[in-house]
Design a protein around this ligand. Structure first.
Ligand code: KIV
Ligand code: ZN
Length: 405
């Protein structure tokens, strides 16, 4: 099956960074931007320069630091915003101005207090102004998925005519469902007469937990740029998580025939760097990068994993940069995992000793969440004064598997 090349637009440093608790200093932004370059994203949206002096400086520093990715800056459809964005990205080897205005009546009437005509004029003028600075101009119709279709198509046609090369249609408030998003992109791309002159882009928020699914639906319906963030950070419930979208296309290439320039082994290091810079950890059960994404405690699962990892893992941890699978000893663990861990620690137990150790381990696990190696060694000493301690090098876990707490 032929694969379509997707453009990966990372907005961790803009949509992600503007969420409460995720702000970064300029130096931190540059460090993160370098990691995004190592990860292989095509575009780094570095900030919103008109928002503050610091943000403008940070975008400029990122523009100076990166070699391969396009550096994008956000701007409202207003002359000062465009000029500031242009200043900030000027040092970049390849740059993009990303200008946006809301197109839904709700946003136009209640937030911007603007008519549809005035918003259309502002959009066209902003794109023309941006084209005076760079040939790579992205236009976003904020709240696109809740906009009147006829009006939205008119705006898109007009901004492409004015020089926009990418058209982003955000599900700004994460309201859509995957089938709706697919129908939306199919209909818009089919109706806009000059649609073939622009790349269509998807930017989904996660208010209903559907951002990754909605992004994939948009790609299936003709979008060729996906906007996402590391760890899914972003406004409110966040944006589509880059690691989820990318791994879905890798693991289910049979259904999602897309290729990207992402080096998946850099996914976990990117996630880790972001959590250390922001001091905000990801939830333990977060797909791909959460602490439990490759951890198993239940006895049946551990037994399956010890026999063949494919029983309970659909991807290899090392392929996303996670050092290894962890088999966690706890009250749900079985004999097989206890035996394996004892062996790895260098103890040979008889059948009776193992049974006794297992019973002790499960009753201790009723009183504490996890069983550490020290706990297990204490139990082994109790059940068998004669348990032989083997050379320490036998304690190395088997390839790909480790035990953790
Ligand atoms: O969610 C949104 O609509 C945005 C735009 C500025 C692209 O972040
Ligand atoms: Zn957004």
């Amino acid at each position: 099956m032929d694969k379509c090349r997707l453009v990966v637009f990372d907005t961790t440093l803009r949509d992600g960074e503007q969420a409460p608790g995720f702000s970064l200093t300029t130096d931190e932004k540059v460090r993160m931007a370098r990691q995004l370059e190592a990860l292989g994203v095509d575009i780094v949206e570095a900030g919103f320069p008109i928002a503050s002096e610091d943000d403008a400086e940070a975008v400029r520093k990122v523009a100076l630091a990166l070699e391969r990715p396009i550096v994008a800056a956000l701007a409202r459809c207003a002359p000062n915003d465009i000029d500031r964005a242009a200043w900030a990205i000027a040092p970049a080897r390849r740059s993009r101005i990303h200008t946006f205005i809301a197109t839904s009546d709700l946003h136009l009437d209640r937030k911007l207090r603007m008519t549809r005509e005035a918003a259309l004029d502002a959009a066209v003028a902003a794109v023309r102004r941006a084209r005076g600075y760079t040939s790579d101009v992205q236009f976003s119709a904020e709240d696109a998925t809740r906009s009147d279709r006829d009006y939205l198509c008119k705006v898109i046609e007009s901004v492409i005519e004015a020089g926009a090369t990418t058209i982003n249609l955000p599900d700004t408030v994460g309201y859509s469902t995957p089938d709706e998003v697919a129908e939306f992109f199919t209909s818009i791309i089919g109706r806009v007469p000059n649609a073939d002159r622009a790349v269509f882009s998807t930017h989904c928020h996660d208010d209903l937990g559907l951002a990754a699914a909605n992004s994939l639906a948009a790609l299936g319906a003709g979008a060729r740029q996906v906007e996402c963030t590391i760890n899914g950070i972003g406004e409110r419930a966040g944006n589509a998580s880059l690691e989820e979208v990318i791994m879905a296309t890798r693991i289910r290439a049979d259904r999602l025939p897309f290729e990207t320039s992402i080096n998946t082994r850099e996914l976990y290091p990117s996630s880790q760097l972001l959590t250390s810079l922001t001091n905000e950890s990801v939830q333990a059960n977060k797909a791909i990068v959460g602490r439990n994404a490759f951890a198993h405690e239940a006895g049946i699962h551990q037994d399956g994993m010890l026999k063949d990892r494919r029983t309970y893992e659909i991807m290899r941890p090392e392929d996303v940069g996670v050092p290894r699978t962890t088999l966690v000893l706890g009250k749900h663990s079985g004999r097989h995992a206890v035996q394996k861990r004892c062996e790895q620690l260098g103890y040979e137990l008889t059948r009776q000793q193992l049974d006794a150790a297992y019973r002790r381990m499960t009753s201790l696990a009723d009183t504490q969440k996890h069983i550490t190696d020290a706990d297990l060694e204490g139990i082994i000493a109790e059940v068998s004064g004669t348990a032989r301690r083997a050379a320490r090098e036998f304690a190395v876990p088997e390839a790909g598997y480790g035990f953790g707490v």
